[in-house]
Design a binder for this molecule. Structure first.
Ligand code: UDP
Length: 240
């Protein structure tokens, strides 16, 4: 059952359940994609119906970010857990390495996906990388073709939101992959280009603050968080 937060239905799953659901999709017959909205993306979707449709079309909608979990609690419909996209990806890669599935890395600046591939194969021995492509291309068709001919079972689509969600909805089927996951800046972290917040900050729901200190230019984007909370309280008022 999905939990509605400002128009987006989130799957109420733990990390383990999310990874198992991802593996189920990989084994299945149809194509599915995973999205990991944070409060900023929820706010984008409220303004952009195409983005909202793309998120709604996902097979799995994971609550990335403490703000979403707080929002659910405020609305009186708590979510079991926060499921950060990057941790979901790590869990999935561990299982894919054991099961022999192959992965295509799409996104980030030129060279980053290759560097991520190198590091990931060291971290997850047995992980098969089907191919890589940077995220700054003009036409979809040649990239879709490259993924299809790589035979990848899974694609990490890291183009930023809502570009990656729209891309997966439009091109998912044509890639021939069973599973696509929209994972924002994850390739930068896997490649070691960007550092993830230390565990203490993540565990205390302060990852957003750490990122803000490291990249103050994100302030405009982060102002969506108070706006999100304001909308949640307005929604709570309406539901009474
Ligand atoms: N990106 C891309 N193509 C684009 C725009 C962005 O590949 O046209 C990449 C960008 O290089 C970065 C990622 O998408 O690696 C987005 O990172 P961001 O930090 O914005 O994502 P978040 O993790 O905050 O969702």
């Amino acid at each position: 059952m999905r939990i509605d937060i400002l128009g987006i239905g989130f799957d109420n799953v733990t990390m383990e359940e999310a990874v198992s659901a991802g593996m189920e999709l990989l084994r299945g017959e149809t194509v599915g994609y995973v999205v990991t909205p944070n409060p900023e993306i929820v706010e984008v979707c409220r303004q952009d119906s195409a983005a909202m449709d793309a998120v709604a079309g996902a097979a799995l909608v994971l609550p990335d970010g403490i703000g979403v979990v707080k929002g659910a609690a405020i609305l009186g419909t708590p979510l079991k857990s926060r499921v950060p996209g990057i941790e979901f990806a790590a869990g999935l890669m561990e299982r894919m390495a054991e099961s022999g599935y192959s992965l295509f890395l799409l996104g980030a600046k030129p060279g980053v996906a290759e560097a991520a591939a190198q590091k990931l194969t060291e971290t997850y021995p047995g992980l098969r990388i089907a191919g890589t492509h940077d995220g700054y291309f003009k036409e979809d068709a040649p990239v879709v073709e490259e993924i299809a001919s790589s035979g990848a079972d899974c694609v990490f689509v890291c183009l930023g939101a809502p570009k990656q969600e729209l891309w997966m909805k439009k091109n998912g089927h044509a890639t021939g992959a069973k599973l696509l996951c929209g994972l924002g800046g994850s390739l930068d972290v896997f490649a070691g280009v960007v550092e993830r917040a230390p565990k203490f900050w993540c565990d205390h729901g302060l990852e957003w603050f750490y990122r803000l200190c490291k990249e103050p230019r994100r302030i405009g984007r982060m102002m969506k968080l108070p706006l999100f909370l304001l909308h949640v309280y307005q929604e709570k008022g309406k539901r009474r």
